[in-house]
Design a protein around this ligand. Structure first.
Ligand code: PHE
Length: 355
C-alpha cells in the first residue's frame, strides 16, 4: 500500500471510530484543520517536481474529498443517534397516574362550597357573588328590614367607619347578593351565592367570620313545592343518602313569606352524631318564598314573578358531613388540622366523579 493509500485508509478508519460529535470534530481538525494531516501533506506539494505534484496533488485532493464526505455522513449519523438517546432519556410517560401531592390540602370550607355548587349546577343554578363590605340598603333595607326593625338587632352587625354615616358594614348574610343580582338583571333567575359573612359573635358554636351559601330562584308560577323538592334533592345528594328525614318548620325572616327553617333528622349519642336516622332534629338552613316587597325593591313585579330563597351555613354542613367536632378549629390555621381534615387538591367534587 502506498503512503497515500495508507493515509486515506487511516483517516477513514479514524472517522468511523468516532463515537460522539465532539470526537468527530476533533478528528476533523486533526485531518483538515490548519495543521491537520491532509493540510500538511498538501503543503509538501510545493517541494516536489511538477510530474509528482500533478499525480500526488490529484490523489491528495481526492482523499480530502472522501474525508469531507465521510465526515458529513458520520456527522449526520451521530446527530440522529445522539438525538434519539436524548429523547429516550427525557421521555415522560403522560399516561402514568399523577404523583400524589404530599403537601397542600383544600380547606373543608372550600371543599364543601365546591360540593354544594356542583349539586346546584346540576339543577341549573349559576354562581354569583357580592362584596363582603356592604351597605345598609343591600344588607337590610332592600331585604325588607327597615331601620327600626327588631331583626337588625339579631344580626350583631360589624359596622365600619366608612364615610362616617354608619351605613357601611360587613355583610351579616349572603342575602344582599339577591338584591344585587335582581337589580342588575332581568328575571328569571336561578342563582347560587357562596361567600364569607360576619357577625359580632364568638363562642363554641359561633365565629365572627363564617360562610354561607345563598340560593334563589325567581320565575313564573314558582311555589313552595319547588323549594321543598330542591332542598330535599340537595340534602340527599350532599349527604349521599337515599332517604333523609327532612322537616320544614315554620319560621320568620323579613325577606321571605312564608318562611321556614329546615331540620335534618339525626341521632345524637354521647360523642357521635349520625345524619339520616334517629329521632333528633338539627337545623341546617333558613328558607322561604321571596317577599313581594323584596321583589318590588328590585323593580320586579310580584304579580308576574315569584320565587324562593334559602341560606345555609357552610361550616355547619362541613362539620356534619365530615365529623369535625369544633367550629373554631376551622380558622386556627393549624397545619396538622388541615392535613387531617383537608382534601386532596386533585379531587374536584362532581356528581359523576363523586363529592
Ligand atoms: N339570610 C338568612 C340568615 O342568614 C337565611 C335565609 C336566606 C333565610 C334566604 C331565608 C331565605 O339567617
Amino acid at each position: 500500500m502506498t503512503d497515500v493509500d495508507l493515509l486515506r485508509q487511516e483517516s477513514l478508519n479514524a472517522i468511523a471510530a468516532c463515537i460522539s460529535s465532539a470526537a468527530l470534530e476533533e478528528q476533523r481538525v486533526a485531518l483538515l484543520g490548519k495543521k491537520g494531516k491532509i493540510t500538511e501533506a498538501l503543503k509538501t506539494l510545493g517541494g516536489v517536481d511538477a510530474k509528482t505534484r500533478k499525480t500526488l496533488g490529484a490523489a491528495l485532493n481526492e482523499i480530502k474529498n472522501d474525508i469531507t464526505i465521510a465526515i458529513e455522513a458520520k456527522k449526520a449519523a451521530l446527530f440522529s443517534q445522539e438525538l434519539n438517546a436524548r429523547l429516550a432519556s427525557e421521555k415522560i410517560d403522560v399516561t402514568l397516574p399523577a404523583q400524589p401531592i404530599q403537601q397542600g390540602r383544600i380547606h373543608p370550607v372550600s371543599q364543601v362550597i365546591e360540593e354544594i355548587t356542583a349539586i346546584f349546577a346540576e339543577l341549573g343554578f349559576s354562581v354569583a357573588d357580592g362584596p363582603d363590605i356592604e351597605d345598609d340598603d343591600h344588607n337590610f333595607t332592600a331585604l325588607n328590614i327597615p331601620e327600626s326593625h327588631p331583626a337588625r338587632q339579631m344580626h350583631d352587625t360589624f359596622y365600619l367607619q366608612g364615610n362616617g354615616d354608619g351605613k357601611t358594614l360587613l355583610r351579616t348574610h349572603t342575602s344582599p347578593v339577591q338584591i344585587r343580582t335582581m337589580r342588575a338583571g332581568k328575571p328569571p333567575f336561578r342563582i347560587l351565592a357562596p361567600g364569607a359573612t360576619y357577625r359580632c359573635d364568638s363562642d363554641i358554636t359561633h365565629t365572627p367570620m363564617f360562610h354561607q351559601v345563598e340560593g334563589f330562584v325567581i320565575d313564573k308560577n314558582i311555589h313552595m313545592g319547588h323549594l321543598k323538592g330542591c332542598i330535599v334533592e340537595f340534602l340527599k345528594t350532599f349527604f349521599e343518602l337515599d332517604n333523609v328525614p327532612v322537616r320544614f318548620r315554620p319560621s320568620f325572616f323579613p325577606f321571605t313569606e312564608p318562611s321556614a327553617e329546615v331540620d335534618i333528622g339525626c341521632k345524637r349519642s354521647r360523642d357521635e352524631l349520625k345524619i339520616g336516622e334517629g329521632s333528633d332534629w338539627l337545623e341546617i338552613m333558613g328558607c322561604g318564598m321571596v317577599h313581594p316587597s323584596v321583589l318590588k325593591n328590585c323593580g320586579i313585579d310580584p304579580n308576574e314573578w315569584q320565587g324562593f330563597a334559602f341560606g345555609m351555613g357552610v361550616e355547619r354542613l362541613a362539620m356534619l358531613k365530615y365529623g369535625i367536632p369544633d367550629l373554631r378549629t376551622f380558622f386556627e390555621s393549624d397545619a396538622r388540622w388541615l392535613k387531617h381534615y383537608g382534601f386532596d387538591p386533585l379531587h374536584i367534587p362532581s356528581l359523576v366523579g363523586g363529592l
